[in-house]
Design a protein around this ligand. Structure first.
Ligand SMILES: [Zn+2]
Length: 227
């Protein structure tokens, strides 16, 4: 009974929010792909200029296949930009390019939330196929140790999702501040802000889903103990 109302009240809206956020970021990005910046700068040019200005000429910029596949790789200190962003001159392209350099800057200055997030990456990677199976197995064979290990892994995976939020919002904040300094006009910047805000929404939604699923597993645990 508890689970049914729980699903309806928290998890279902969280999942719907997440789907909506993904749709919103794709559509906003696409919409502003048609608005070019007045200086004719490409994402790659802007990223290179930002990194050089920040004293990071050794951080590489590469083009990577895929749609919205842009990311910063801290292992190789490389900013990888999708074709639309790397070659694009739209306000969307510049926003994403500047956002990824924001992550490179965070890495360079050892921004604490990013450092914590990096530590949690391996746990987040194994959590999907370890946490729930451990909890279920623990419930079946009545081993509380397994359940606790499962819940710890799950908690750290949720922590990973939650710490992603300040990391992403901070990278976008840096991107907008940098772009306002000679790259984009105030009007162009408004459009870029919409694209980056839509992107932040997807992380808020992912964090909410992760938190809701975490609560669900905790409830399941206590419910089974009461049986
Ligand atoms: Zn990011």
């Amino acid at each position: 009974m508890v689970f049914h109302s729980f699903y309806l009240i928290l998890l279902v809206p969280a999942i719907l929010l997440s789907l909506y956020a993904q749709f919103k970021v794709q559509s906003t990005f696409k919409k502003y792909l048609t608005v070019n910046n007045s200086k004719g700068l490409t994402g790659a040019m802007v990223a290179r200029t930002i990194l050089d200005r920040q004293g990071m000429p050794d951080v590489e910029i590469e083009q990577v296949d895929g749609y919205l596949s842009d990311h910063y790789d801290p292992q190789t200190r490389t900013v990888r930009l999708s074709p639309e962003v790397y070659n694009g001159t739209s306000v969307s392209s510049l926003g994403v390019a500047a956002h990824e350099t924001g992550h490179a800057i965070q890495h360079n200055i050892r921004y604490l939330p990013l450092s914590i997030r990096s530590i949690l990456v391996p746990i987040a990677n194994i959590s999907s196929w370890t946490a729930i199976p451990l909890i279920i197995m623990g419930l079946i064979i009545q081993q509380i140790g397994l359940i606790i290990i499962g819940i710890i892994i799950f908690s750290l995976a949720v922590a990973f999702q939650l710490i992603t939020l300040p990391v992403e919002i901070n990278a976008s904040k840096r991107a907008l501040a940098i772009l306002s300094d000679g790259f984009l006009t105030p009007d162009e910047l408004k459009h870029t802000k919409k694209v980056l805000s839509a992107a932040s929404m997807t992380y808020v939604a992912a964090g909410t889903v992760a938190f809701a699923e975490f609560l669900k597993s905790i409830l399941q645990f206590f419910n089974s103990r009461n049986d």
